[in-house]
Design a protein around this ligand. Structure first.
Ligand SMILES: [Zn+2]
Ligand SMILES: [Zn+2]
Length: 141
């Protein structure tokens, strides 16, 4: 187990995650494209006990869609930020990590709606949409 640190672009918001190897998923849907400003969003789920805020929580702003989907972001720099997931987990955007941590992308989601200009990914499990939540959690936690 190692503890890795993460931060937003302006470094106001900081956190740590204790993990052995990251099991990531990459989502290619239109919502994740908007949130990331790129082809996909890459993230992982940490168990709540392995995650700690180290500062800047007062910078966290939340945008909620009518559907309930929410984006947490730094009010200074706009980086997407970790947030609670089902009470038991914390959803963490992988690009926030400050170190190059060992891991791989276990799952690619929503490939049916990926951007035409994105090259099809190689490796990991490929899903046209979303897998069932228990399958997702089994693969990436
Ligand atoms: Zn920031
Ligand atoms: Zn998505």
């Amino acid at each position: 187990m190692t503890t890795v640190h993460g931060s937003c672009l302006c470094e106001s918001v900081k956190f740590s995650v204790t993990t052995d190897a990251l099991k990531l998923y990459q989502c290619h849907c239109s919502v994740c494209r908007k949130v990331s400003g790129s082809a996909s969003g890459t993230a992982f789920f940490a168990r709540k006990a392995s995650f700690a805020w180290l500062g800047g929580q007062e910078q966290v702003k939340v945008f909620r869609r009518e559907s309930g989907y929410s984006v947490h972001f730094c009010s200074t720099c706009g980086s997407p930020l970790p947030h609670d997931f089902m009470g038991e987990y914390v959803w963490v955007p992988a690009g926030l990590l400050d170190a190059n941590v060992e891991g791989n992308i276990a799952m690619h989601l929503h490939l049916d709606s990926k951007a035409q200009w994105e090259t099809a990914p190689v490796g990991g499990l490929h899903y046209p949409g979303s897998p069932a939540l228990d399958e997702l959690l089994r693969m990436v936690v």
